[in-house]
Design a protein around this ligand. Structure first.
Ligand code: AMO
Length: 427
């Protein structure tokens, strides 16, 4: 029979109703005359109660053969109960064992093994309620992001992940054999999304980005999910407005689930926020110097500094107008060797960066040369600028870092189903 309900839908109000549930055996308790199966599905748990005399014989017989994580479907009657968890239990009338499970290679019930073990057995570890919460919330956050962008009339696009030019700095490309030549995995849709502003005006893409960075930190992945947006006739202030809207929506979505998240051991930075302050880079450097950090004008800010600034600016803030030398060649300059650029910092983590872009070919070529890049290698990109390239601005938002930041996770790998890092390409 088909599942009629998720476990989360089994409430005392269904008292007396017949339901069909499907899921996995989380726990088995045999008290002799009474036996319990705790059934887990994606949404939570339900207690199945078996009683001699009440429960059909064949169901009682099946109980003795069950193992944890066996896949079962159960038909039964809901009963409100004063003692059962969540005030409700189900008395099975039929039980089907659809697949048997061997003893698991790691404890998902009461222990939290080290991260390496958990990632080694990732698909098993994902059954853990805490992980189910992380990834169902991730999906909800994605939906919020898409809704904001659709609301601002962005269209969702897909650009190639096999490319020939670097966009975010030369040393970080993964080569791929592409028939008779070498190509690379895309570090960012940067050039394509800019090109698309000349036709589709406002575009966004949610997809993987690849960085062959060798450092192995809590916040770096070699494959991450990037939310990229780019809009014609917008400045960096305008796209920050869009990012601010996204940030507020995400905070609201997360705070809605605060209680449920806490149940599984996650303490999100749950608070509604009204504003995301825009802090000039110069002000941030002054403030950090004042706090005793060894930072000079022209330095990038590190995680520690970004955390320290939360005291002044709250859990989410922008740093704006970075020195041009810290930003990629396509970034528009402003006076004082600065640029129309920004980072969005949430919970001390850089989750997004963006800028107004250069939209004139000659300026762009000059910036390339300044950085030792050969414009000839970018001809197919540069040519687009000859045929009506509008002024434009955008951002790249690291989706996994966003989840890490808002859920207060201590490692970005917790926010990726199958992380790719310096030492991990499997599973
Ligand atoms: P940037 O290189 O800053 O900018 O990347 C944008 C955002 O992507 C995330 N990110 C990462 N997440 C996990 N692991 C990594 N190794 C990693 N590298 C980056 C971060 C970062 O803020 N083209 C520009 C964006 C733009 O200007 O539109 C870019 O790629 O959250």
């Amino acid at each position: 029979p088909r599942k009629t309900h998720w476990t989360s839908e089994i409430t005392p109000e269904l008292h007396g109703k017949e339901v069909v549930l499907g899921g996995w055996v989380w726990e088995l308790r045999d008290l002799g005359k009474v036996k319990f199966i705790v059934l887990r599905d994606r949404e939570g748990f339900v207690q199945l109660t078996l009683k001699a005399g009440k429960t059909p014989e064949q169901v009682l017989k099946l109980f003795s053969e069950l193992n944890r994580e066996d896949v079962i479907v159960v038909r039964g009657v809901v009963e409100a109960s004063k003692i059962a968890k969540r005030g409700v239990e189900v008395f099975p009338t039929d039980l089907w064992v659809l697949n048997k499970a061997k003893p698991l290679p790691l404890d998902i019930w009461s222990d939290t093994p080290d991260l390496a073990t958990r990632l080694r057995w990732r698909s098993v570890d994902l059954k853990r309620p805490r992980n189910l919460a992380v990834f169902t919330l991730s999906s909800e956050v994605l939906k919020e992001i898409r809704q904001v962008l659709y609301g601002e009339r962005f269209v969702e696009v897909f650009t190639p992940k096999i490319i020939v030019t670097s966009t975010e700095g030369g040393a970080e490309l993964f080569p791929v054999l592409y028939f008779e030549r070498v190509a690379y995995l895309s570090q960012s849709p940067q050039l394509y999304k800019e090109q698309l502003t000349a036709s589709l005006e406002r575009v966004f893409e949610i997809g993987p980005a690849y960085r062959a960075e060798k450092h192995n930190t809590d916040y770096h992945l070699n494959e991450f999910i990037s939310v990229d947006a780019e809009a014609a006739f917008m400045s960096y202030q305008d796209v920050m407005d869009v990012l601010e809207k996204i940030t507020r929506r995400v905070f609201t979505a997360v705070s809605k689930h605060e209680a449920k998240l806490k149940e599984v051991g996650i303490t999100p930075i749950a608070s509604e926020i009204s504003e995301v302050p825009r802090v000039d880079y110069d002000e941030a450097v002054d403030r950090l110097s004042g706090m005793g950090y060894a930072v000079r004008w022209g330095d990038d800010l590190n995680v520690e500094m970004q955390r320290a600034l939360m005291k002044h600016y709250g859990p989410a803030y922008f740093i704006v107008n970075y020195p041009a030398s810290l930003r990629p060649f396509y970034t528009k300059r402003r006076e004082g060797d600065k640029s129309e650029s920004y980072d969005l910092i949430i919970n001390g983590i850089e989750v997004a960066s963006g800028a107004t872009r250069i939209h004139r070919r000659d300026e762009l070529e000059e910036e390339m040369r300044k950085r030792g890049l050969d414009p000839k290698l970018f001809e197919s990109h540069l040519a687009v600028f000859d045929y009506g390239m509008p002024p434009h601005a955008g951002f790249g938002l690291g989706f996994n870092r966003l989840i890490t930041a808002v859920l207060n996770l201590d490692n970005v790998r917790h926010a990726v189903l199958y992380p790719r890092d310096r030492y991990r390409v499997e599973p």
